[in-house]
Design a binder for this molecule. Structure first.
Ligand SMILES: OC[C@@H]1[C@@H](O)[C@H](O)[C@@H](O)c2nc(-c3ccccc3)cn21
Length: 607
């Protein structure tokens, strides 16, 4: 018999209403549930009418799983969903935040702070497009990106996930990343209605709503204390850009605004984002965030469900305790403690996204896209992004006859030193294969370290010595042999609270390596970090200093610029402080005394 919601020629709102009218309460609440891959068996998907499955950071079907292994897993889950009474497809989500970064052999792009340094919106759009293709290569139609945080304090462990401290720069990059991931919204597309342009694009997620980058002292998930005016001036504008570009989903922040947990902030989620800004996609929680609005977590869980659903949450990321969530929510609706029209609104929004993105017509992964994973053209875009993200902060000492950079490719002998010279894990940072990332070279698959890139760039007659931690006395004997040294040091990989840091010093033995090597050999220091660090005490030792941020797998982007095939064009996306006791200190503050100001960057021409 004719089933309206299955007819793609019907208007989306009519398909939504028709399907909603056929659903039981259990089927509705199943759609509101997002569970973790590890327990998303076909039985669970069928029994709970699960609406969404996610890979938490590092959650993969198998170590070094190929694109086809990913697709097989998702296909099995999807077929289970399609077997349910109404055949509503699941939407599978993952954190593809700098490429499809959980996946072995994926192209790993620079993290957002580096993209902010490029000041190149069309590049960011192309990165979004490439990321969408690499996600679809693994059968994944939904990414929890872009993070549109405006990081106001680099002590925050997630500052590298923020494009900038400057709201307008974040807005510019947000518009372009959303468009790259989801596709260009058609002309006259109504503001706020979600849009995904077909099966090579993915649904995006603007996160973490709102003020995640404004917490006190940068403490992750903590309290953002601001006037409402300043919250709307500094942290809200990127969400308006995302909504205008048809963002499909918005993820709520663990943090609080003036002491109110964002996950139960009805005024901001419903009154502001949904009603005033007309966001028509779905609002999703962060991981176990309903549990975590209380301390200790999961206290009064029954009540927390009521508070968060009433605040405007539509989909709940309940990786493990979905049975309790579903039972509690069904009970509260049946007893009238949670209104059915709130549930209907949530489910309508979820269905609207699934219909819009064509999930009902195209529910299954497309094996023809396997080759998109780690494709050379994506690596070329990533390499371009690395080139444009590098910020040159010093280029020669006072009185030098000539600048230090670009380096000569024809030097007889050079030294490469430091913990970040030959370490892909350090180069990629957090959210890489594993949630926290990991130092070392056996994680990401295809990639080029800074050392490997340097070796490829120099002439075949150049000897390249790599000593990760040179001994000062040994070096003193051989220093004269080296025309110059490249010292790559910085931060180990980290994610979220593990990255919170109140002193922001360069981790040992970085400072010692800088002093030892640069004290004996002309040196350029590459700082590989998720944010500005304390460098003032060491700058005088250096002949040149480059902020490289977290460049990802395409290390040749670094050598391209070091050796002058391309000029330096990057500009600081955030203020470089002198000392941490100045923090928070942002461009535009009355008291502004940086080592290097927001927007600073020495430019050079290609040699
Ligand atoms: O990976 C899903 C989301 C991600 O999109 C969010 O940006 C991030 O805040 C986040 N933290 C956890 C997470 C935190 C602690 C333990 C386990 C998982 C999970 N997630």
């Amino acid at each position: 018999e004719y089933v309206k919601y299955k007819d793609p020629k019907q208007p989306i709102n009519e398909r939504v209403q028709d399907l909603l009218s056929r659903m039981t309460l259990e089927e509705k609440i199943g759609q509101m549930s997002q569970i973790e891959r590890a327990n998303a068996t076909t039985e669970v998907i069928e029994k709970y009418f699960v609406g969404s499955v996610l890979s938490g950071g590092g959650s993969v079907p198998a170590e070094k799983a190929t694109a086809s292994v990913w697709q097989k897993m998702i296909t099995a889950m999807q077929k289970a969903a399609l077997k349910t009474r109404l055949g509503i497809p699941i939407i599978y989500g993952i954190d593809a935040v700098h490429g499809n970064n959980n996946v072995y052999n994926a192209t790993i792009f620079p993290h957002n702070i580096g993209l902010g340094a490029t000041r190149d919106p069309t590049l960011v759009k192309r990165i979004g497009e490439a990321t969408a293709h690499e996600a679809r290569a693994t059968g994944i139609p939904y990414t929890f990106a872009p993070c549109v945080a405006v990081c106001r304090d680099p002590r925050w462990g997630r500052c590298y996930e923020s494009y900038s401290e400057d709201t307008r720069l974040v807005q510019l990059m947000t518009s372009n990343m959303v468009t790259g991931l989801q596709g260009d919204v058609p002309a006259k597309h109504p503001k706020g209605v979600p849009f995904v342009g077909g099966s090579k694009k993915v649904a995006g997620c603007a996160k973490h709503f709102v003020g995640d980058g404004g917490t006190q002292r940068g403490i992750n998930e903590n309290n953002t204390v601001l006037s409402f005016h300043d919250l709307m001036r500094i942290h809200m504008p990127p969400y308006d850009n995302a909504v205008i570009k048809g963002i499909s989903t918005v993820m709520i922040s663990y943090s609080s605004f003036n002491g109110v947990k964002m996950h139960e902030n009805k005024n901001l989620i419903t009154d502001t984002l949904k009603n005033k800004m007309n966001f028509r996609g779905f609002v999703i929680t962060d991981w176990q965030a309903v549990d975590r609005i209380t301390n200790p977590p999961h206290q009064h869980y029954y009540h927390s469900i009521q508070e968060t659903i009433h605040a405007g949450i539509d989909m709940v990321m309940i990786p493990y305790d979905y049975p309790e969530f579903v039972a509690d929510l069904v009970k509260q609706v049946k007893q009238g403690q949670i209104r059915l029209d709130r549930v209907n609104d949530a489910v309508s929004r979820i269905l609207r996204v699934k219909f819009t993105m064509g999930l009902f017509e195209d529910p299954l992964p497309d094996p023809r896209l396997h080759k998109e994973l780690g494709a050379q053209e994506h690596r070329a875009i990533a390499r371009e992004a690395v080139r444009k993200s590098l910020v040159l902060l010093k280029n020669g000492k006072k009185g030098d006859k000539q600048a230090m950079l670009p380096l000569s490719k024809k030097a007889k002998k050079i030294l490469v030193a430091g913990s970040h010279a030959h370490d892909l894990g350090n180069q990629c940072g957090g959210w890489t294969i594993k949630w926290q990332g990991e130092s070392g070279n056996n994680l990401t698959g295809v990639g080029t370290t800074i050392l490997e890139a340097i070796k490829k760039a120099v002439s075949k007659n150049t000897t390249v010595d790599f000593v990760e931690r040179p001994d000062k006395d040994d070096l003193a004997k051989s220093a004269g042999d080296y025309e110059y040294a490249v010292v790559a040091v910085g931060e180990p990989p980290y994610a979220e609270t593990a990255g919170d840091n109140q002193n922001l010093t360069i981790p040992a033995p970085g400072p010692e390596v800088i002093k030892d090597v640069c004290g004996l050999v002309k040196c350029v220091v590459l700082l590989v970090s998720g944010r500005p660090l304390v460098v003032q005490p060491y700058v005088d030792y250096m002949d040149a200093l480059v902020a490289a941020w977290l460049p990802g797998t395409e290390g040749q982007g670094v050598s391209d610029v070091l050796f002058g095939d391309y000029g330096f064009t990057g500009k600081l996306p955030r203020t470089w402080f002198k000392t941490v006791d100045q923090l928070p200190m942002n461009y535009g503050d009355k008291r502004y005394d940086p080592l290097f100001p927001f927007g600073y960057g020495i430019t050079t021409k290609a040699a």
